[in-house]
Design a protein around this ligand. Structure first.
Ligand code: TK8
Length: 335
């Protein structure tokens, strides 16, 4: 009798300790969509995020990933988040400027000098300020991941100078700053969703596109492009976005798990992306692409040619936002 009572008390105590925690973490199935393929470093980040979620929720959460725009392109998926029909998307900032114009700041040509600079800005108060603004549009930015420095590929000629852009039909993201940048360089810029790029290159609707080496490799653009030139003209980040309406149904503890695991995924994703960049370049050359660097003086001409893009879009982006990143970068660079 005594033993039984003791056992009973222990059970009640154990349940008492376990119950609040159990109540704060529900069974959840989270769908995340991506434009890139499953071989892209984003998949390493998603895997790390999934492992973190499993650990933190005791297996109560399932993270299902869909690749290669199979659930729609960046913008469509983001709209699904806003209406609460999909949980998560890993998207470029660029196609979302219609939702939140301040995101356009990351499309300004030659903004970041290197990845460390990008990390410092994105993970610091400036990146947080942009995330706060996005929150108003119905999505929660859990973390910034890496897309990377963008380079031009085409089927016509090596791009070694400003003049080589002339008349080239270049696919750009659905974004006015990219459109203006490439028009200013003399190209014939065509905005298009990422999922349509391969076919458009294959059928010759366009001559060129621009993306980081890892994307050129993992999306197999080397099959339909002959030249790759190290223009490094922009660094556009990825964001790990979560549906605002669905986020609101999560407990505080669950919301924290989302943020924490997105950051763990971020560190893995960035590390893999950076480690892979050089390998991707080697791989696309092995697949037959012709690679060239640009002379410093030519890169300088290109940079000068597009400098006016900053002024033309400052008002749309927000003068304060452009000024804010300039100040933050100047501060970083003075250290
Ligand atoms: C993938 C896109 C892609 C981006 C683009 O969904 O559209 O060129 O660089 O990676 O976000």
């Amino acid at each position: 009798m005594k033993t039984l009572a003791k056992f009973g008390l222990a059970t009640v105590l154990a349940a008492g300790v376990a119950m609040p925690a159990a109540a704060e973490i529900s069974n959840r199935t989270i769908t995340v969509s991506n434009g890139v393929s499953e071989t892209h470093p984003v998949a390493d980040g998603v895997a790390a995020m999934r492992e973190c979620m499993t650990e933190r929720t005791g297996g109560a959460w399932t993270l299902n990933a869909f690749w290669s725009s199979s659930l729609g392109d960046d913008l469509q998926a983001t709209q699904a988040l806003r209406s609460g029909t999909q949980e998560m998307v890993i998207t470029s900032t660029s196609p979302l400027v219609g939702l939140e114009p301040s995101l356009g700041v990351f499309d300004l040509p030659f903004l970041f000098a290197d990845a460390q600079e990008a990390d410092a800005i994105l993970d610091g108060p400036f990146g947080q300020m942009i995330s706060d603004r996005l929150r108003e549009t119905g999505v929660v930015n859990l973390a910034y991941w890496e897309n990377g420095f963008r380079n031009l590929t085409n089927s016509l000629r090596p791009v070694t100078s400003l003049d080589d852009f002339d008349g080239m039909r270049v696919r750009v993201m659905q974004n006015n700053i990219f459109l203006d940048t490439f028009q200013t360089l003399g190209a014939n810029a065509l905005p298009m969703a990422f999922g349509e790029v391969f076919t458009a290159l294959e059928t010759g609707t366009i001559d060129a596109q621009e993306n980081p080496f890892v994307t050129i490799h993992t999306s197999q653009f080397y099959q339909v492009q002959d030249y790759v030139s190290a223009t490094r003209h922009a660094y556009t980040p990825f964001m790990v976005l979560f549906s605002g309406p669905i986020f609101g149904t999560y407990s505080e503890q669950e919301q924290q798990i989302l943020f924490d695991c997105a950051v763990i995924g971020r560190d893995v994703q960035r590390a893999v992306s950076r480690a892979l960049s050089g390998d991707s370049l080697t791989a696309i050359q092995a697949e037959g692409m012709n690679f060239n660097e640009l002379e410093t003086a030519e890169l300088e001409r290109i940079r000068e040619a597009v400098a006016a893009v900053y002024d033309r879009h400052a008002e749309t982006i927000g003068e304060d936002v452009v000024e804010g990143i300039r100040t933050a970068l100047a501060e970083l660079r003075s250290n």
